[in-house]
Design a binder for this molecule. Structure first.
Ligand code: ADP
Length: 523
């Protein structure tokens, strides 16, 4: 038969190991350990102090000591020796201070025993047990406490590992969820285990719907660049080949709603320590912007080469003709030819200016030289100038008297208005063109209207985009780069105004823009 206290001791140890295995909440485990230890050693109170980050010592569990008295024990914590070799971890000074402390706090605690808690050769904390009656702790008590202290150390170690893993998992979850790229993690059978928010947005599948489905259910290509997709690469041995490179597949992903998304997916395998494939991670990138940039680049090249070639070949043709030594040109032919060369050179210069403006805009550097501008006078001058260039149109400027001046960049505003009037002439075969001005509270509105065929509804939202030209008969007939309205919009917006177009079917096009204006003086 075991002696009574041995049975109790065994029961307590069992109780503690149960607490350690069942409970991962550190505070609960420590409290249970402390309570069992104190009871077994017939102590009235106890403390567990743990070594935290940066070597600070903090009371993590207390038994039999009311909360307000804990402060008396805090000075003790500063004296705890730096942990070196745990086997030689001595606490004489601490014990002396402890005695003084229990006396000061008049807790009536007369004897104490304190031992380090050692796990994996590291002191993770200290355990103190106090007695309130005059029986000192024996060597046997100390041995017993040592085994409890080490149990507690294991619990602390485990709980910390668990906390670290949980924190790491939370961090990983946050990274996955906040990633702008779509991320899909699947098992070796292609069953989806993780599906982040960005991917839900891209594919139209909810994470909860995607989980448990297979990769092939969710990732379907409407169209794919040459090269193997995941299934084909796996049939060829990927990723179990020696030194497999990540697999990249690009194309148009079929969205759940039937639409598609230009995307590039990089697949990477995840192996365990034994080299077994455990997961496959797919990183999905939305390449819409990249495709747009590519498309813009090719539009740019085709427009520019066309627009540059025409004036250059005209200039060259006329110049070559004039230089022919076998021909004598009369004065009129020479004058007309030189006029064409002059106009075409102007067109080239204007085109280059527009391109420079567009690239400056892209770099975010459109500078305005602000001064007072009389828009009514400016419009009249422009109308006057354009009248000489067309006989098919009637041009009028229609401004109320005392039209308020505004503060703006006159050269840039002339560019905007010229572009709108020249478009009105270019895109209508004849009729009335009116530049109209109205002054409202705080702003002026200028409009340019024509009686041409107007702009079809599908083109309306796009005419201010860079390089956009409507797909219409009258647009095909005239030259252009699709930069004029893009630049006009940038200039108006840089002034703090707004630009838009209205084109009711069959009733021409009217472009409007507003500019901020001071309230009429004296009002
Ligand atoms: P560009 O005239 O060089 O093509 P813009 O940016 O000035 O470039 O105009 C963009 C497109 O808007 C034109 O190609 C044309 O299709 C359309 N557009 C502009 N103004 C008019 C208008 N007054 N009537 C009809 N279509 C117009």
């Amino acid at each position: 038969m075991l002696p009574d206290f041995r049975i109790r001791q065994r029961d307590y140890l069992l109780e503690i190991s149960r607490a350690i295995t069942e409970q991962l909440d550190l505070a609960t485990v420590l409290t249970r350990i402390l309570q069992s230890t104190a009871e077994l050693l017939a102590g009235q109170a106890g403390l567990i102090v743990l070594r935290e980050a940066e070597g600070r010592w903090v009371i993590r569990a207390h038994y039999g000591i009311p909360e307000p008295f804990l402060d008396y024990f805090k000075p003790l914590l500063a004296d705890i020796p730096e942990h070196g070799d745990p086997k030689r971890f001595a606490l004489p000074e601490v014990n002396r201070r402890l005695r003084a402390t229990t006396e000061t706090a008049s807790l009536g605690l007369l004897h104490e025993v304190a031992l380090p808690m050692v796990a994996r050769d590291e002191v993770v904390g200290l355990i103190y047990i106090f007695r309130g009656y005059p029986t000192a702790f024996t060597a046997n008590d100390r041995n017993l406490l040592a085994s409890f202290a080490n149990q507690a150390a294991i619990a602390v170690h485990n709980a910390r590992l668990y906390q670290q893993t949980a924190a790491e998992k939370r961090r990983l979850d946050a990274i996955l969820d906040s990633s702008a790229d779509g991320i899909l993690i699947m098992d070796t059978g292609h069953h989806i285990e993780r599906f982040n928010r960005a991917l839900a947005r891209m594919t139209g599948w909810n994470a909860s719907e995607a989980l448990g489905r297979t990769h092939a259910d969710v990732i379907q290509w409407a169209q794919r660049q040459p090269g193997p997709d995941l299934a084909q690469a796996e049939a060829g041995g990927w990723p179990l080949l020696k030194d497999p490179a990540p697999l990249y597949v690009e194309g148009d992903l079929l969205r759940r709603d039937g639409g598609y998304l230009p995307a590039g997916i990089t697949y990477a395998p995840l192996f365990d320590r034994e080299g077994r494939l455990v997961n496959m991670i797919a990183n999905v990138r939305d390449i819409t912007k990249f495709r747009e940039a590519e498309a813009l680049k090719s539009t740019f090249i085709s427009i520019i080469s066309h627009e540059l070639r025409t004036p250059v070949s005209l200039i060259k043709g006329y110049a070559e003709t004039l230089r022919r030594e076998d021909a004598r040109w009369d004065a009129e032919v020479v004058r007309d030819s030189l006029a064409v060369i002059d106009e075409e050179a102007d067109r080239l210069a204007a085109l280059i200016d527009n391109l420079l403006d567009a690239s400056r805009l892209q770099a975010g550097a459109l500078r305005l030289n602000m001064a007072e501008v009389a828009l009514d006078k400016l419009a009249e001058r422009l109308v006057e100038k354009f009248r000489t260039q067309t006989s098919a149109h009637q041009l009028t400027a229609d401004f109320p008297p005392n039209f308020p001046p505004i503060i703006g960049d006159e050269a840039r505003l002339t560019q905007v208005l010229s572009n709108l009037v020249s478009n009105a002439i270019k895109y209508s075969s004849g009729g009335q063109i009116t530049v109209h001005g109205t002054a409202g509270p705080g702003q002026v509105t200028i409009s340019v209207s024509d009686q041409g065929p107007g702009i079809a509804a599908p083109d309306l939202p796009h005419v201010f985009e860079r390089f956009y030209r409507a797909d219409s008969e009258q647009t095909k007939r005239v030259k252009g780069t699709g930069l004029g309205l893009f630049l006009a919009k940038a200039v108006v917006e840089a002034h703090g105004g707004r630009i838009w177009v209205e084109s009711p079917a069959g009733r021409g096009a009217t472009f409007f823009f507003t500019l901020p204006a001071d309230l009429p003086r004296g009002s």
